[in-house]
Each structure stands twice: as C-alpha cells, then as structure tokens.
Ligand binder design. Structure first.
Ligand SMILES: Nc1ncnc2c1ncn2[C@@H]1O[C@H](COP(=O)(O)OP(=O)(O)O)[C@@H](O)[C@H]1O
Ligand SMILES: [Mg+2]
Length: 245
C-alpha cells in the first residue's frame, strides 16, 4: 500500500481552478519530484497535502486514512510531514542547534539533553556540526537550507516535502544542497520535492511527475521525460529548462 495516495485532488480559489483532479502515489522509501511551469499548481498541491490549505474535493490517503475527512488531527499530521521551503524559514533568534531542537522539545517532548544529542546526530548528516552555535544570519544560503532540511528530518517524519529548495541559491550553494538531498535519496528517505531544476530532479528522484495547468500530464524517470517526450507540453517545458547544447 502506498504511504500517500492522492485521488482526484481539486483545488479552487474562488472560481479559479488551480488543481483539476490530481492523481499521485508515493510509497515508503520512494522519492518523487514534481515539475511544471510557474503557476501550474505545484506549491498548491504540496500545501493541500499537509492541509496548509483545504482541498476543494478529492481524497488524500495518508497512512491508510483519508485526511480530507473532518476530525483529522492536523497537528499530528504536520509532525509526520516535514516541510522545507524555498526561503528556509529558520528562526532568526535561535542558533542552528536550537532551531533543530525546538520541535523535538516542544512537540516531541524530548528532554534538553536528548534533543541536543539528536540534533548533533542530524547535523552531522549535513556536515553542519561545527556551525551549531551560529545564528542563521551568520550562515550562507546553502548552509541555511541544510539546517532547514535537518530541522525537518530530526522530527522523523514519514515523508519530507521540499518546495523549490534550491531556487533561492546560487550555483555553488545549489550543488551543496543537491548533494545533501541526494544523500537522503540514497538513504531511502521518502520525499516529494517540487523543483525547476532538472539537475536536482534527476539526482534525487525515482520518478518525476509533470504538471501542466493543474493536471498530471506525465510521470516518468528523468531520462525519458527530459529528452524527446511524446507529449508536446513536456517537450516544450524541458526544451526551455535544459541546456541542450
Ligand atoms: N491563496 C491563493 N489565492 C488565490 N490564488 C492562489 C492562491 N495560491 C495560489 N494561487 C494561484 O494558484 C495558481 C498556482 O499557484 P502555485 O501553486 O503557487 O504555482 P506553482 O507553485 O506551480 O508556481 C497561481 O495562478 C496562483 O496565483
Ligand atoms: Mg511554487
């Protein structure tokens, strides 16, 4: 059974149809990337899936339960879905280590000592232990994003969502973050990642879901999606984002 199964997901804002019946499945240990032109509904989809916004209709089966039904424990759900944003969203007044331990202490009720130990273990994974006493303002964009990823992972979520995790970064910092996410991919962390970047998409995904105007028009591995895809909407998009020289 899939960990996450999205069936016919529709989202309207007033009378504007943004998602027009999305179907996606994600199994435990699987990593999928969502691509598609600006404004096609990628962020809206992720935000529906953890109920940051309310879907208009459709089913979202997460761990066997339809989370669009009334009475769902949203707090518990959000603990099970880690979320990494384009602009890091770190707490500016907290050190790297305290950014990571906050959720562990407040939500998971860990002792300060256990939380600190867990934070060190997680920071080690992204090579940030030596920076643990710094504040976000003292870090590069790539380092901030690595901390944001670790902060989400430390909560041991069932799945990690990432929305354009490298879009705010220069090429050097992007490589740094791609390396880290690729490591998670190799460790079979379950992920759903929205990106424009074909380089990131290719190195962190089992398959890529291509959205156009609120529907999934293709799902395939990078090699088959990027080059000479039969669907003209897919071809057009990748001609514009991939350097074909
Ligand atoms: N809260 C909102 N209210 C009204 N329209 C919205 C809202 N959020 C997103 N939209 C619209 O939905 C469409 C898809 O947005 P989004 O999911 O952010 O696209 P993407 O992430 O693929 O670039 C856009 O046209 C956007 O303007
Ligand atoms: Mg977006």
């Amino acid at each position: 059974m899939a960990l996450l199964e999205v069936k016919n997901l529709v989202k309207k804002f007033d009378d504007k149809d943004v998602l027009k019946g999305i179907n996606v499945e994600l199994s435990e240990g699987q990593s999928k990337v969502v691509m598609g032109g600006s404004g096609c509904g990628k962020s809206t989809m992720l935000r529906c899936l953890n109920l940051l916004i309310q879907p208009t209709s459709g089913e979202i089966i997460f761990k066997g339960e339809d989370i669009t039904r009334p009475g769902v424990d949203v707090r518990k759900l959000r603990q099970d879905i880690g979320f990494v944003f384009q602009h890091f969203a770190l707490y500016r007044h907290l050190t790297v280590q305290d950014n990571v331990t906050l959720g562990l202490r407040k939500l998971k009720k860990m002792s300060a000592k256990d939380a600190a130990e867990k934070a060190l273990y997680e920071l080690e994974r992204v090579d940030m232990v030596e920076h643990r006493h710094k504040y976000p303002a003292q870090l590069s964009g790539g380092q901030k994003q690595r901390v944001a990823i670790v902060r989400a992972l430390a909560m041991d979520p069932a799945v990690l969502f990432l929305d354009e995790p490298t879009s705010a970064l220069d090429p050097q910092m992007t490589r740094e973050v791609v390396t880290v996410i690729n490591k998670l991919f190799m460790d079979n962390i379950t992920m759903l990642c929205v990106t424009h970047d074909p380089f990131l998409a290719k190195y962190i995904s089992d398959s890529i879901v291509f959205l156009d105007k609120g529907v999934v028009v293709a799902e395939d591995i990078a090699e088959r999606l990027f080059y000479d895809h039969p669907d003209p909407r897919v071809r057009q998009f990748f001609l514009s984002v991939i350097d074909h020289r």
